[in-house]
Design a protein around this ligand. Sequence first.
Ligand SMILES: [Zn+2]
Length: 118
Amino acid sequence: MARCALCKGIFESGIGKCRLKNSDAEICRECAALLERKDMIETGVAGLYLEETKREVTDWMGGLQFRVTAMQKSMGRGFGGARVPRIDFRFTGPLGEEWYGRVQGDMQLARCKRLVKG
Ligand SMILES: [Zn+2]
């Protein structure tokens, strides 16, 4: 068990700890999700995880969930010109705006960015 540095709530520590950026302070999954959401709104970029089979995009603790609206698989070029699988997708972000994300190779992390309207 651990105490969240932000909401002071007690939570189950262990598998996959969340920490505040540049700090050792542990935070709970809910606070991690809130921070990530805030960060997405402020910066317009995010590193998220694509749950391909569920057609969902989540943060690494699963506290955030966004619905994938479109997904396309293709073969891209990796380092040295190697053929690597690639998935391009779109999803609805925290404020209902459209985001674009891409997963390449065997990486789990999807690089995502907010699409500019207009
Ligand atoms: Zn918390």
